[in-house]
Structure formats: C-alpha cells, structure tokens
Design a protein around this ligand. Structure first.
Ligand SMILES: [Mg+2]
Length: 217
C-alpha cells in the first residue's frame, strides 16, 4: 500500500493539526457525513467500506474555501448501524478513510472525524462529539471560536414534526444535525447551522462572511 502524501487522521478521534499551533483559536466547520459529504452506491444509509463510498462533488468548492480560510474541518456522524449489526466497525472506518483520502486529493484536508455507534451522549443531537474535539484541542493548547463555528447536516427539519424556517413542512428523515447545533449554541451562542442544500448550493465565489455564513441569500 502506498502512503498518502497528505497528513490525515489515522483513525477516528485522531486530531491532525499543523505544527506550532499552541495558543491558537480555531474556527471549526463541523459536517455530517452521510448524505451531506458522501452517499453509498448501494443505497444503504452509510457506505459499507471504500468501494461503496462516493463523495458529493457539490461540496468541493465550499470546503476548499473553508480550508483556505483556515477553518478546521471536522466530521461528526451517527453510526448506530454498528451497534445494531447492520455494518461493521471496520467497514465504517474504511469508508471514512476513503472519504478523507478522496477529499485530500482535491486539496480539502479534514483534521478530525468522529462517529457515535451507541445511543449515548455522543449521538447527535447530543453534543458529546463536539466537546470531545474541544478537549483534544485544549490538550494541544488551542481553543475553539464557537461563535464563528458552525454545523452542516442533512438531518435538519424532520418530516411530520418540524416546519422549515420558511414555514413549509420539513422533509428530512431526522432533525439531529440541527438540534446538535442548537445544543452547542445553548452553551455557545452564535454557533450556526446550515442544511447542505443551502450551504453547498451557492457558488464559492460568493465568499463567506467572517462567521462562515453564506454571503447572501
Ligand atoms: Mg446525514
């Protein structure tokens, strides 16, 4: 096996940071994985291994922009299928590694990924995965600028229970990504949330505000 020429997290919860970052404050862009950054070829909720994984090209321009703007890119994913026996830990890891490598080949470097296989404090909408990344950054002498950080995920407005911000009925399978962001915002006001349909739809040239929000509607 050839070694990647990019420095990427070797496994989940490995944090890759540039050298000499102590004292630095990072803006973090959190992303959900399935149906936000990637799909499965098989149609399963999550890709089973690298051969089942396809990354969503529509995300490239915005991710590259964030990367170049110095955001720390992190992935937080619910993978209850592991505990339920639908998918193995090894298949999940392999699909994550393949995804990180595919993005890296496009110049987009994720620094961190985590996933929750249990129904516990890590499972979105609970914010446990965000706090774990924060602790890891603290160990490296770094902080998160929460008010300028945000989450992007396709589980936003749940069908049958939520109304979208424009008042129309929700169409998503879950609302765990939006509620994850809201739970973080309870502690850190200003932390944002975007649906990938909105976040990736706009042209990169439109640019970001300092908060990472789309520059215009
Ligand atoms: Mg998803």
């Amino acid at each position: 096996m050839t070694e990647s020429r990019f420095r990427l997290p070797a496994r989940r919860r490995s944090l890759v940071l540039p050298a000499d970052v102590a004292g630095r404050t990072f803006r973090v862009a959190f992303f959900d994985a399935d149906r936000t950054l990637r799909n499965s070829k098989s149609g399963r909720p999550s890709p089973r291994g690298s051969s089942d994984m396809v990354i969503l090209k529509k995300s490239f321009a915005r991710l590259k922009e964030l990367s170049e703007a110095g955001y720390l890119l992190a992935i937080v994913s619910n993978q209850a299928g592991i505990d339920l026996g639908y998918i193995t830990h090894a298949e999940v890891e392999e699909a994550f590694q393949a995804m990180l490598k595919s993005f890296a080949e496009k110049g987009i470097l994720f620094s961190y990924y985590d996933y929750a296989e249990l129904y516990d404090e890590d499972r979105k909408p609970e914010p446990g995965m965000a706090w774990r990344l924060e602790r890891q950054l603290q160990l490296a002498g770094c902080k998160i600028n929460w008010a300028e950080s945000f989450m992007v995920g396709d589980a936003a407005w749940k069908r049958g229970s939520d109304l979208k911000p424009d008042g129309t009925p929700g169409e998503d399978h879950s609302n765990s990504d939006r509620r994850f962001a809201e739970n973080i915002a309870l502690k850190h006001p200003g932390f944002g949330f975007f649906h990938p349909d909105d976040y990736f739809r706009r042209k990169a040239a439109a640019g970001h505000t300092r908060s990472g929000e789309p520059a215009h509607e």
